[in-house]
Ligand binder design. Structure first.
Ligand SMILES: CC(=O)N[C@@H]([C@@H](O)[C@H](O)[C@H](O)CO)[C@@H](O)CC(=O)C(=O)O
Length: 314
């Protein structure tokens, strides 16, 4: 079972909106030591990969690979872009620096209109890094490309020999289940990306997870994975419900990449800095509310509350 932190690459501090590369080493140590996360997905959604320039994406990937050496198990770099050329350049770069895999989203401005067109695009990117495992990153709510993952997977390995698996960031569990069911004879990785539904996906055959909350709820989620693996489903469900209580709370306040950064700063103590425009920094009110919730669920230690805290999830 692999758990990936979706925060991966991190833009940090700086009033100028520049990336603070110098804290990536600290970030690696935090994920490994405090959250038990050793598989990293760099330059994805949470890392605002699509808001970065190509040279920034290259440099972020290099930092994660360098700082993660001998500490992390796997680093997958997201190399999706609107321009096939840029995507290929990033794929080639990922291979050169020694990444463990690449992932690609569907291009989302001039969109592929059917499965074959999408696969043709993915194939050209994969071919730029012919020795690297390739993942299709399915996130239809953000790309607007609604081609079902189940369809995309049909015959994909024949077209993309390096195809390794799917990162599935959608709530359509019928589609996800069918991806697994129809590919049982293959050794694909099925990485699930909706953290609040991970347990349901595990039941259907998810082999790992990539998500934003593992940056600060990695340890909690690992407890759920362990319970699931030892078939203690009641305990696994308790863990999932606890995680849901938090996500449900923040979703109602307005939750996204900016808010993830604020929570990460709060929990890790590493200054994650503001997001890049068009995203806006999370409000102080959001962070205060999220902090109170984390404490009440015992996701952040708060000794004064512990004894009488009936809602605690520890
Ligand atoms: C739309 C979105 O940001 N989804 C997140 C989830 O982890 C999400 O934040 C979480 O399930 C809470 O809804 C991940 O799927 C994103 C992700 O893995 C990435 O950063 O590439």
């Amino acid at each position: 079972m692999r758990l990936h932190s979706a925060e991966r690459r991190r833009r940090l501090t700086s009033r100028l909106g520049e990336i603070n590369f110098s804290v990536i080493g600290q970030y690696v140590d935090y994920l490994v030591e405090e959250q038990g996360v050793k598989n990293i997905f760099v330059n994805g959604t949470t890392g605002e990969g699509l808001s970065l320039s190509i040279s920034e994406r290259r440099r972020v990937a290099e930092e994660w690979v360098t700082k993660g050496r001998n500490k992390l198990d796997q680093i997958v770099i997201h190399v999706g872009a609107l321009s096939l050329k840029e995507s290929q350049e990033l794929a080639q770069h990922a291979a050169e620096i020694g990444a463990d895999g690449i992932a690609v989203i569907a291009p989302f401005f001039l969109k592929p209109w059917n499965k074959d067109v999408l696969i043709n695009f993915l194939k050209e990117v994969a071919a730029a890094a012919p020795a690297l495992p390739f993942y299709y990153y399915h996130i239809p709510a953000l790309t607007g490309v609604k081609i079902r993952a189940e369809e995309v997977l049909g015959g994909i390995q024949e077209k993309i020999p390096t195809f390794q698996g799917l990162k599935f960031s959608d709530t359509d569990l019928l589609d996800f289940g069918q991806c697994v069911d129809q590919n049982r004879q293959r050794q694909f990785a099925f990485l699930f990306g909706v953290d609040e539904q991970l347990l349901s996906a595990l039941v259907m055959g998810a082999t790992g997870a990539v998500g934003s909350t593992y940056n600060y709820l990695g340890k909690k989620t690992n407890q759920m994975l362990e319970a699931f693996e030892r078939k203690d489903f009641s305990s696994a469900l308790n863990h999932q419900f606890c995680i849901q209580r938090f996500i449900n709370f923040v979703v109602k306040l307005g939750f996204g990449v900016s808010q993830t950064k604020a929570i990460m700063t709060l929990v890790s103590g590493i200054p994650m800095g503001p997001p890049r425009l068009p995203l806006q920094k999370a409000s102080r009110e959001f962070t205060d509310n999220a902090e109170a919730k984390l404490r009440s669920l015992d996701f952040l230690s708060f000794n004064d509350l512990k004894d009488g805290n009936l809602g605690a999830c520890s």
